[in-house]
Design a binder for this molecule. Structure first.
Ligand code: UD1
Length: 419
């Protein structure tokens, strides 16, 4: 399915909205349900295309998953397969996160490399090395990875980079390994803490998530659980950026402000007034931002690469210049050419993009090339004079349950048209 989002710019945003559950949290959690061999209720599960892809994988493996309102109830008792076909692997890069869970449950797994190239090369060497360290034999034949681990043994895994996915895969497999595993140089993203909470609720022994060293004591048997997914900090960053750029006064609820400190600091520096409460963030902006000091993306707790595009979009009409340095992915400025169609003055070379604020943006037809870049086009369109049509919105739907409904609730004028 594809479609368009038509945005009529020029409205200030105001009002309150609860932020959806986090995509990057729920995907590893859905993989982790496999380890329970039981029923898990996942509360506040966002209805996303990527979640639908994960459900398809679970169904293919012989598991059940069904919606009950906002909850997804997954029953993995009757798992019948340990292989994921290429068709499903291609749909979503994070399908690779099922590898550690399937191996842990079945002692073997087969899957192809996760497909496509959206943000540049996304290797999985660190995932595979971590699983090998736990005793997995991996053979690649005709593009398919055949992984076998009749016995997984706890080990010391040292990640060469703090990869989020590799940390998650290592933790998942280690939950079923004999003995203790430590993952050093682990990624520290909040979504890994949410995965740890979920696994502990299933009876696993995982400690240290949120720090660089995660310790897992393997267990023979886990059980079902009931868990609420954390708030999506990138969706929150998107709506904050939208209101910062248009001007207005919004409050986001059900968020964790500590997960967003680098983003709120940047928007504050740009001239927004930010008020933090325990589970909410209020942003007030007069819509006349100023350029800010260098924004460098980095692993958590640094500035998130996933927020780079939307924060850039908020600054397109700012006074002055802002320099972005993208350190996480090679090809993460695909929104820049589209932003220029809206009248933005952004130039990029390699890892660096320079935004020079312009007086006014105007409507145009643009295309989302990836998830967050697509959201950035919506954020920019909201500030433009006239109408902006954003095409190929299936990219956006991978991560936003209802961007049109949410922004409409905040007073924006936009609609979705199916094509
Ligand atoms: C996760 C997030 C994604 C976010 C990214 C960085 C999910 C589902 N996705 O992606 O939204 O943009 O973290 O915060 O949680 N790398 C290797 N070899 C590997 C694995 C990674 O070289 O085996 C490199 C990558 O190319 C990249 C860096 O490590 O340059 C970080 O990637 P990683 O943290 O693994 O990102 P993902 O888990 O894919």
């Amino acid at each position: 399915m594809s479609g368009l989002i038509t945005v009529t710019g020029g409205r200030q945003l105001s009002g309150e909205i609860a932020v959806q559950g986090a995509k990057n949290s729920v995907l590893p959690i859905l993989a982790a349900t496999i380890l329970s061999g039981d029923t898990c209720r996942i509360r506040r599960c966002p209805r996303l295309c990527d979640v639908a892809s994960a459900i398809e994988i679970l169904h293919h493996l012989g598991c059940r998953a069904q919606w009950e309102g906002e909850d997804l109830v997954v029953d993995t008792a009757e798992m019948t397969r340990c292989e994921i076909p290429e068709r499903l692997m291609r749909k979503m890069r994070s399908s690779v996160i099922f590898l550690g869970a399937i191996l842990g449950r079945c002692g073997e797994a087969q899957m192809s490399y996760p497909g496509g190239c959206e943000l540049g090369p996304r290797p999985i060497d660190l995932h595979l090395t971590a699983l090998q360290t736990l005793g997995t034999a991996i053979e690649e034949r005709s593009g398919v990875l055949h992984c076998t681990a009749p016995v997984l043994r706890g080990a010391d895994i040292v990640l060469a980079l703090p990869s989020v996915g590799a940390t998650e895969n290592a933790i998942l497999a280690a939950c079923c390994a004999e003995g203790v595993t430590t993952v050093s140089n682990a990624a520290r993203e909040p979504e890994i803490c949410d995965l740890q909470d979920f696994l502990c609720a299933m009876g696993a022994e995982v400690r240290g998530a949120g720090s660089s060293t995660v310790t897992v004591r393997g267990k023979q048997k886990l059980h079902g659980c009931d868990h609420q997914v954390m708030a999506d900090r990138i969706v929150a960053a998107t709506y904050l950026s939208a209101a910062a750029g248009t001007g207005g006064d919004i409050r986001l609820t059900k968020v964790c402000p500590q997960h967003l400190t680098t983003v709120t600091a940047a928007l504050q520096q740009a001239g927004c007034r930010i008020t933090l409460e325990r589970q909410s963030i209020r942003l007030q902006s007069d819509g006349q931002l100023r350029g800010i000091s260098l924004v460098r993306t980095a692993p958590y707790p640094g500035f998130p690469t996933d927020a780079q595009a939307v924060v850039m979009a908020s600054l397109l009409r700012s006074r002055g210049t802002t320099v972005f340095v993208e350190n996480m992915f090679e090809n993460r400025y695909r929104h820049v050419a589209e932003l220029r169609r809206l009248g933005a003055d952004v130039r990029c070379e390699g890892r660096v993009a320079v935004v020079c604020g312009v007086e006014q943006l105007h409507g145009a037809q643009v295309h989302a090339a990836d998830l967050r870049g697509g959201a950035a086009l919506v954020v920019a369109g909201l500030q433009g004079e006239g109408t902006t049509q954003v095409g190929t919105i299936h990219h956006i739907q991978r991560g936003y349950a209802d961007i049109v409904g949410d922004l409409t609730q905040l007073g924006a004028e936009l609609r979705r048209e199916d094509t």
